[in-house]
Design a binder for this molecule. Structure first.
Ligand code: 7RM
Length: 651
């Protein structure tokens, strides 16, 4: 007996070729990169590594592959901060702006490449002064202030691996991560500004420290000027360390496979996984993808990735990719609705942003706020838009394209993971014909296949996304746990990396990501993806956001339960709820029609905006909540639970 793979309902036929004006100046406008990479992937990556990265010593071996352990660019030595800073200054671009930083209260700071290099060197010397050395690990728990990329780059300069911990995490999360990495120091701040108020960080570190025996030093950047307790000998002010440190700090010559950073992701069990990224391969792939996926013209562009640096997207596409490529970027500290719901568009207008990279969850929120908000601003400098983090529903794609991109900007929907380090499946904007909601094709040098339950590749329809060849930016393991690395990613389909995502292939070979396979619903034997039903719900005019889960059902095994946020209102008549359910039937078929639809004020999300469907399943099945440490706003579930028990609306 074969289990059915994931069913395939949603049909989207709109297509968008690269706009003519865009393709004319695009870095890539033909298939040559794809052809070169297909003919010899290792030679292709070797060329990119030599062109995009500066090496102290060239590598002698492109790839050593002992499944599932890869070593890229073996024999090569390099330094990431040198690649991100010194070489641009040496080439005469020291006065070019690296970051236009804007704080939530409206304060700003501009950092040129020369200024950034100076501060990084001073801070690197300060870290050395605290006794940190090559091979150590340091935890960084900071708001989105310039000192955060400075701290990361200072670590890379002296061969210390960083572990950035999201500023929203609790003391318990800090304890787990610091102890797992055996970090010798924590770099933090007094606090940061979010929604108009200071949120405190140092007190969380203080609460964690009694349980983190490896930490010898804490460095505190001053941001909010809130009162903090400083422990003599252990705690140091960032600004005092910088003032006392020299500006000369030669970059450490690192091996290509030396650890660059750890970034923890929560897995299915409570213990988070320390995803390991190394130096040469990671930098090569982030530089490559940042340049070609965003079509970066460093002299003209003002690029903005509106993610948080505490998420892998910020590591790769705020810090390492843009700096390696000598880009000018925007960094914004705060929330998109402070002081008004047009904050992002205001920033984009004032800095003349040319490329904007954000998440579907943000785009759906902007949709809910209305297209009047972007319309208040001149966004005519924008020439490319990006999406990352979740499948983007066709309706959200169309809204982004029309109301932010003015109908003229290609959208790069980029699929990748903390584990992949860099973008994997994405259009090349000067080449690929887009379909709203599809991440399209693997990038040059990347090889993906959709397989069925047996691990056999399928040519169309729904299945599991796998990667069939190692790639330069891939994770090198889970810190301290090689068995878990093998079991999590390489055992479900032998010889393949299993990403954990469902995916379908359409008749033209486009890839459509279908969400996490753990979330796939089984309704009377039909395996239905959350993404397709959610896209059908969001397609209804009244619906801004939607999440669906499969809850146990006596008759059908599981039943689809939908949670929707409406546009501009908080309640729906029973007729409207019925109409919304019916819309799914019409759009993709009666099997996928939700049994119940609840109107909710908000959805439970992680700090990077991913919907936590597991918690919605707990609510739907009346269980106590499991682990909620990664939830951005813990009150949301209570509000849903209260509403869901009061509501009705069944067949
Ligand atoms: C970059 C990032 C990874 C998971 C991944 C997917 C989902 C990310 C897309 C997407 C559909 C996309 N890293 N995901 N991007 N799904 N289309 N363009 O998000 O480690 O935090 O998450 O996110 O499920 O496996 S992550």
């Amino acid at each position: 007996m074969t289990e059915p793979t994931i069913e395939d309902y949603f049909v989207e036929n709109r297509t968008f070729p690269p706009p003519r004006g865009f393709a004319d100046t695009a870095l890539v406008s033909d298939r040559s990169l794809y052809e070169e990479a297909a003919a010899d992937p290792e030679a292709f990556w070797a060329r990119q590594a030599r062109e995009l990265v500066s090496w102290f010593d060239d590598f002698h071996t492109v790839l050593e592959w002992e499944l599932p352990f890869a070593r890229w660019f073996v024999g090569g030595t390099l330094n990431v901060s040198y690649n991100c800073l010194d070489r641009h200054v040496e080439a005469g671009r020291g006065d070019k702006v690296a970051f236009h930083w804007e704080g939530e209260p409206g304060d700003t700071r501009t950092l040129t490449y020369a200024e950034l290099l100076d501060e990084v060197c001073r801070f690197a010397n300060a870290l050395k002064g605290l006794g940190l050395q090559r091979g150590d690990r340091v935890a960084i728990y900071m708001p989105m202030i310039p000192e955060l990329p400075v701290a990361m780059l200072a670590c890379t300069r002296i061969g210390v691996a960083h572990s950035v911990i999201f500023g929203g995490f609790s003391p318990d999360s800090i304890i787990d991560r610091v102890n797992d990495a055996e970090a010798r120091a924590v770099i933090t701040a007094d606090g940061g500004f979010r929604r108009g108020a200071p949120s405190l960080l140092k007190p969380n570190v203080d609460a964690a420290l009694p349980s983190t025996p490896t930490v010898e030093h804490v460095v505190v950047a001053r941001r909010t000027h809130s009162d903090v307790d400083m422990v003599e000998g252990r705690d140091h002010w960032y600004h005092e360390l910088i003032a006392g440190a020299g500006a000369d700090c030669p970059p450490e010559r690192m091996h290509a496979e030396d650890l660059l950073y750890l970034l923890y992701t929560s897995g299915t069990t409570a213990k988070p996984k320390g995803i390991m990224h190394t130096t040469g391969g990671y930098l090569t792939q982030v530089a490559f993808t940042h340049r070609y996926v965003f079509d970066l013209h460093p002299d003209d562009d003002v690029y903005w990735c509106a993610a948080d640096i505490g998420w892998v997207t910020g590591h790769s596409y705020i810090v390492y990719g843009p700096l390696a490529n000598g880009a000018t970027s925007v960094i914004y500290e705060g929330t998109p609705d402070t002081p008004g719901r047009d904050r992002l568009w205001d920033i984009a207008e004032r800095y003349g942003v040319t490329q904007l990279y954000t998440a579907p969850t943000a785009i759906r929120t902007f949709m809910k706020w209305g297209h009047e908000e972007p319309a208040k601003h001149d966004l005519s400098k924008l020439r490319l838009l990006g999406s990352v983090g979740e499948p983007i529903n066709p309706e959200a794609w169309m809204w982004y394209h029309t109301h932010v991109g003015g109908g003229r900007c290609p959208i790069v929907d980029t699929w990748w993971q903390t584990e992949t380090g860099a973008q994997m499946i994405s259009p090349l904007p000067g080449v690929t014909e887009l379909k709203p909601g599809s991440a399209t094709f693997p990038l040059p040098g990347i090889s993906a296949e959709v397989v069925d339950d047996h691990g056999d590749p399928i040519e169309r329809g729904g299945g599991y996304l796998t990667l069939t060849r190692p790639w330069p930016g891939m994770l090198r393991g889970i810190w301290g746990d090689p068995e878990r690395y093998e079991a999590t990613y390489w055992s479900r389909f032998p010889g393949r990396y299993f990403a954990g995502d469902g995916c379908k292939l359409d008749d033209d070979g486009y890839l459509w990501l279908l969400g996490r396979v753990d979330d796939v619903m089984n309704i009377s034997g039909h395996r239905i993806s959350t993404t397709e039903v959610e896209s059908a719900l969001v397609d209804h005019d009244a619906v801004a956001e939607a999440a669906v889960v499969g809850a146990s059902d006596d008759v059908t095994g599981q039943a689809i339960i939908g949670y929707v946020i409406l546009k501009g209102r908080v309640e729906a008549s029973p007729e409207l709820v019925e109409e919304i359910r019916q819309h799914v039937s019409v759009k993709i078929g009666p099997t996928a029609r939700p049994k119940r639809v609840f109107v909710v004020p908000d959805l439970p999300k992680t700090r990077s905006g991913k919907i936590m469907r597991r918690l919605l399943r707990d609510v739907a099945e009346g269980r106590d909540l499991g682990d909620t440490t990664t939830l951005a706003d813990a009150t949301v579930v209570d509000a849903i639970r209260a509403g869901a028990s009061a509501d009705a609306g069944e067949d």
